[in-house]
Write a protein that binds this ligand. Structure first.
Ligand code: NAP
Ligand code: ZN
Length: 346
């Protein structure tokens, strides 16, 4: 099946319309007619070559919402017409300890990324900036009623990537959580941490988005460009979720943690980060990382969002605005996720 898509032809090149081949629907596959695809900063890192060589042309997109157009003979969980989602992962071995414990993203064989990955049949995966996608049914999520489709798309990456560490490190009533960076991931982290009952602080480069941050559920908002912020908040937080796409001064942020506090990095800048171990030793602090989340946890997150009326704040764009949107994301000028209306992929 030949379908319309938007692809980056080479590293750092603008995306352009193209067509790609989608595989035949196998016994355990679902054919999805894509309706919306979110633009994640990871798409930009990938096509810009920040994370190393890629199998160009690359069709990005791992925040996919659409409707089921066909199912394979063995599929029972999804039916034609269902509203479904696909995130960053479209396959894994299913057998290793991590897959069996619901951490398919840490599959010892390597999870199969939704785009620029190598699928189990040896083909290169292509993502959601396209009209249709064929995905193994076990990696297809149910998008509950009650979340608008465009607002649901970013949950498939930005939502689960922030929900997973918040749950893992116990964001709950009585816990003080800081979110660094109010972009796509950050604005989900604020809403989710607030809904989980934590006391939430946004640490943003400036106070430009303060009103939004407080409306999204933050209890406090500080500018990291103000050195006074780091003095005022020293030792305050149980958990800091860093969503920044660039390098940060890790020691400065570790200094904001209470004893036993954890700084979890979900932001994935290309350069190594360094830290002074005394920033950890002095208060038994931890510096951790976290990558998306397993399939069951992703479904839990979607259901949690529906229950709490949570969705992404989105700017819906046509496919031919993708390159412009990339520039705006790079300039931290996104409120708070661009989502492509894939019906514009004519
Ligand atoms: P985004 O929408 O661009 O948000 C990043 C935010 O970081 C910006 O809005 C900005 O917030 C802040 N920021 C940007 N440049 C900065 C700089 N030079 N110094 C300080 N702050 C800066 O990006 P996103 O889609 O949320 O993704 C964020 C990062 O997470 C990316 O690196 C992405 O690849 C990564 N990611 C990781 C996972 C995972 O599984 N671990 C999953 C998805 C994405 P303010 O304007 O508020 O300062
Ligand atoms: Zn992403």
């Amino acid at each position: 099946m030949r379908v319309n898509a938007y692809a980056a032809p080479a590293a750092g090149q603008p995306l352009a319309p193209t067509t790609i081949e989608r595989r035949e629907v196998g016994p355990n596959d679902v054919l999805i007619e894509v309706q919306y695809a979110g633009i994640c900063h990871s798409d930009i890192h990938t096509v810009n070559g920040d994370w190393g060589p890629q199998p160009f042309p690359v069709v990005p997109g791992h925040e996919i919402v659409g409707s089921v157009a066909a199912v394979g003979t063995d599929v029972t969980r999804h039916r034609v017409g269902d509203r479904v989602g696909v995130g960053c992962m479209v396959n894994s071995c299913g057998q290793c300890t991590n897959c069996r414990s619901g951490d398919e993203q840490y599959c010892t064989e390597g999870m199969v990324s939704t785009y620029a990955g190598t699928d189990r049949d040896g083909t290169t995966t292509q993502g959601g900036y396209s009209t249709h996608v064929v995905v193994d049914a076990d990696y297809v999520l149910t998008v509950p009623d009650g979340i608008e489709a465009p607002a649901a798309a970013p949950l498939l990456c930005a939502g689960i990537t922030t929900y997973a560490p918040l749950r893992r490190w116990g964001a709950a009533p009585g816990k003080k959580v800081a979110v660094v960076g109010l972009g796509g991931l950050g604005h989900m982290a604020v809403q989710l941490a607030h809904a989980l009952g934590a006391d939430v602080t946004v640490l943003s480069q400036s106070l430009k988005k303060q009103e939004d941050g407080l409306r999204l559920g933050a209890d406090a908002y500080y500018a990291t460009s103000d050195p006074g912020t780091f003095e005022q908040l020293a030792g305050r937080f149980d958990l800091i979720v860093n969503t920044v796409s660039a390098s940060i001064d890790v020691d400065a942020y570790l200094g904001l943690l209470a004893v036993d506090g954890t700084l979890v990095n979900v932001g994935a800048p290309p350069e190594p980060l360094s830290l002074n171990v005394f920033s950890l030793i002095g208060a038994r602090r931890s510096f951790a990382g976290s990558m998306i989340g397993g399939i069951a946890l992703t479904q839990e997150m979607l259901d949690f969002c529906a229950e709490h009326g949570i969705g992404a704040e989105v700017e819906v764009i046509a496919a031919d605005q993708v390159n412009e949107a990339y520039q705006r994301v790079l300039a931290s000028d996104v409120r708070y996720r661009f989502v492509i209306d894939t019906s514009t992929l004519t």
